[in-house]
Design a protein around this ligand. Structure first.
Ligand SMILES: C[S@@+](CC[C@H](N)C(=O)[O-])C[C@H]1O[C@@H](n2cnc3c(N)ncnc32)[C@H](O)[C@@H]1O
Length: 193
C-alpha cells in the first residue's frame, strides 16, 4: 500500500462479485492510510476504533484497517454467494480480523447490538433493492455517535446512485455526515448515528 506497508490478498475471478478486489476497497484503504481525500472529522484515523465492514468481499479493506491500528475489526459477507466465504476466511486468517456471515436485513451471526464505532462498506450500491437493508443493517450495528462510511466507484452516471442511497440512509434514520469526491472516479459518503 505504499509508505512501507505491504498487503496481499487472494482473489478469484469467475465466481461471485465479491471474490475479487473492487476499486472502492482499494481507495477506501488508501483513505485510511493516507487520508488522501481529506475527509474530515477524524474519519481517516482508525487507530483504536472498532470497525465493522459490510459486504467485505475478499477482505482487503478490513485487513488494511486492522493493520492500521483498529482495535477490533469484523468483516461480514453473504456466505450464500458462491465462492466468497472460503476466500474471505483465507485472506483474514492470522490478521486478527473476524469473519462472519451477514446478509443485510437478516441479522446474521455478526456480533449483536450496536457496538461499532465505524461501519464501512465499499462498492455495495449496485443493487438499489438492497439499499434499505444495507442502511438498516449498518444502523443496527453502529453505536450512537458512530459513523457509517460508504465508498462507491463511479461507473458512469452513478453520482445519482450515491445521492439516492444518501436519501435512503437519511430516511432510515442516519444523519447526513458528508460527501467527498476522491482523487479517483468515485465518492465517499458518510453518515452519523
Ligand atoms: C462489488 S462487491 C464489493 C466487495 C468489496 N467490498 C470490494 O470493494 O472489493 C459487493 C459485495 O457486496 C456483497 N453483498 C451484496 N449484497 C449483499 C447483501 N444483501 N448482504 C450482504 N452482502 C451483500 C456481495 O457478496 C459482494 O461481496
Amino acid at each position: 500500500m505504499g509508505g512501507g506497508v505491504g498487503l496481499q490478498v487472494m482473489e478469484r475471478f469467475g465466481d461471485c462479485l465479491g471474490a475479487h478486489v473492487w476499486d472502492s476497497s482499494v481507495m477506501m484503504s488508501r483513505l485510511f492510510r493516507f487520508g488522501s481525500v481529506g475527509v474530515g472529522g477524524g474519519l481517516g484515523d482508525v487507530r483504536g476504533k472498532d470497525v465493522l465492514e459490510l459486504g467485505g468481499g475478499v477482505g482487503l479493506t478490513a485487513v488494511a484497517v486492522k493493520g492500521m491500528g483498529a482495535r477490533r475489526v469484523e468483516v461480514t459477507e453473504d456466505f450464500g454467494k458462491k465462492g466468497v466465504e472460503e476466500i474471505l476466511i483465507y485472506n483474514c486468517q492470522g490478521t486478527g480480523v473476524t469473519v462472519k456471515h451477514c446478509r443485510w436485513g437478516e441479522g446474521g451471526e455478526g456480533e449483536g447490538g450496536a457496538c461499532w464505532d465505524l461501519v464501512i462498506a465499499a462498492d455495495v450500491l449496485y443493487d438499489r433493492g438492497a439499499w434499505e437493508n444495507l442502511a438498516s443493517e449498518a444502523l443496527r450495528k453502529c453505536k450512537a455517535g458512530g459513523t457509517f462510511l460508504v465508498g462507491q466507484k463511479d461507473r458512469g452516471g452513478q453520482r445519482d446512485v450515491v445521492e439516492g442511497f444518501a436519501q435512503t440512509a437519511v430516511g432510515m434514520g442516519w444523519t447526513w455526515g458528508g460527501r467527498k469526491r476522491g482523487g479517483w472516479e468515485g465518492d465517499f459518503v458518510w453518515f452519523v448515528k
